[in-house]
Write a protein that binds this ligand. Structure first.
Ligand code: NAG
Ligand code: NAG
Ligand code: NAG
Ligand code: NAG
Ligand code: NAG
Length: 369
């Protein structure tokens, strides 16, 4: 019987192959750098775990902090019932809204109060009002119908319909001067904007609802710290699903009440520095946002699998000339290669987490903000 040629297994087990382990003396610098990168690694893993939990809408919705914003509309089923509970500003009432603007408010109010499964209620955070903060109060400066003999502690409200117009994009800004030439100036109609090349983009209704205001019957100005809720549905096309900005904050309002005309006028309004502004969102829970969660899970499984596989880079076939390989053994070797203790240290776990952060950013749908 002719002997078959000798098959030599490849790998570090063969004593004639050179050894690649570098046994240089570890200086204290190496030790220090090792500790520093270990600490940095722990920070990265902590930050990423926090990010995964805090920025997850399902978890945020489940925890339910965002439901505090339900307070001003808790006892209504639809927007029109708000007219019975609030004194809306004369020109900025619900009835003055466009049809689509009204629908945006009505459908968002209804989805929120019925705790619809089609939305996520998300609490974004609390922010202190500083001198550079965005103004939340100037919008209140208008006139409201009010009879203090009928409504001693009124709740005031307003709803302002807005359309944002756009012109050009990043490319046209770069290659032309459309940001500086022929720019629209304040009193202008929609046809005037059309002529200048603007197109309507985002539409929204900024609705504000105050809590009870302790006004008294006097003709002198009254300065009161009023708390208000903001309910601001926005959409990037007419009739599309809306994302609603929710807010809660304080305004320093100056009222002048006139008992003859039965009106109250807000003549001055400012943010109150040092107060807390709370911010939340109602986000549509669409097929896409659900799908993004599944895609994320699959991506994470692939990433973890890839990472684990990378720990077993030293693979080779141990040849047993007395046996033939079964198909089962071959498949088993493909998905679960035999472990030899020569792991790769090319990628540590924290490095792996840091580099896989793209998985947590990429599939989310932030297109509305
Ligand atoms: C507002 O929404 C409620 C509930 O969906 C609906 O019954 C009502 O007809 C809507 N009102 C208007 C004016 O569309
Ligand atoms: C408010 O005050 C005016 C005069 O100060 C008085 O005539 C009027 O009756 C008062 N109204 C109410 C609701 O108290
Ligand atoms: C209330 O309004 C009427 C009508 O505009 C005006 O004549 C009157 O002076 C106002 N009263 C006060 C106290 O401002
Ligand atoms: C409210 O505004 C008035 C002036 O309109 C100012 O004198 C007062 O200090 C303000 N109060 C607070 C708490 O900011
Ligand atoms: C193969 O079989 C022969 C004879 O049965 C035996 O001497 C030898 O040790 C076996 N080799 C291996 C690698 O199992």
């Amino acid at each position: 019987m002719a002997r078959s040629t000798q098959v030599t297994p490849l790998g570090p087990a063969t004593p004639t192959l050179p050894s690649f382990s570098l046994n240089f003396e570890k200086s204290w610098v190496h030790v220090l750098v090792g500790y520093a990168s270990f600490l940095l690694g722990i920070c990265i893993v902590l930050l990423l775990s926090m990010d995964t939990v805090v920025n997850n809408w399902s978890i945020n919705d489940f925890v339910g902090d965002g439901y505090a914003f339900l307070t001003p509309i808790a006892t209504v089923q639809s927007a029109e019932e708000l007219n019975n509970q609030y004194n809306f500003a004369s020109n900025w009432g619900l009835n003055e809204l466009s049809k689509v603007g009204y629908w945006m408010v009505n459908s968002s109010v209804n989805a929120f109060v019925t705790k619809s499964n089609s939305i996520f209620v998300v609490s974004v955070g609390w922010f202190p009002m500083a001198s550079g903060s965005q103004d939340q109060c100037k919008i209140f400066q208008t006139s409201y119908p009010l009879d203090l003999s009928q409504t001693p502690n009124p709740r005031l409200a307003l709803a302002s319909n807005l359309v944002t117009y756009y012109r050009g994009n990043a490319l046209t800004h770069y290659f032309s001067n459309d940001r500086t030439v022929n720019v629209a100036t304040a009193p202008i109609s929609s046809s005037g904007l059309d002529d200048l090349g603007y197109t309507p983009g985002r539409i929204g209704v900024d609705m504000r609802l105050t809590t009870k205001i302790p006004l008294v019957n006097t003709s002198s100005p009254q300065e009161i710290d009023v708390t208000f809720y903001k309910f601001y549905p926005k959409s990037i096309c007419t009739g599309c699903s809306t994302v609603t900005e929710l807010g809660f904050g304080h305004c320093n309002l100056t009222f002048i009440y006139n008992d003859t005309t039965k009106r109250v006028k807000i003549t001055n309004s400012n943010n109150i520095l040092g107060t807390t502004y709370k911010f939340g969102l109602l986000i549509p829970q669409s097929l896409f946002s659900s799908a993004s969660h599944y895609v994320k899970v699959i991506a994470i499984i692939f990433a973890v699998g890839g990472f684990l596989a990378s720990r077993r880079t030293a693979m080779w076939l141990e040849v047993d000339r007395n046996k033939t390989d079964s198909i089962l053994a071959k498949i088993l070797r493909m998905i679960l290669p035999k472990y030899f203790p020569y792991p790769s240290h090319a990628l540590r776990f924290d490095m792996f987490c840091y580099n896989s952060d793209i998985f947590s950013i990429f599939p989310t749908s932030n297109e509305y903000l």
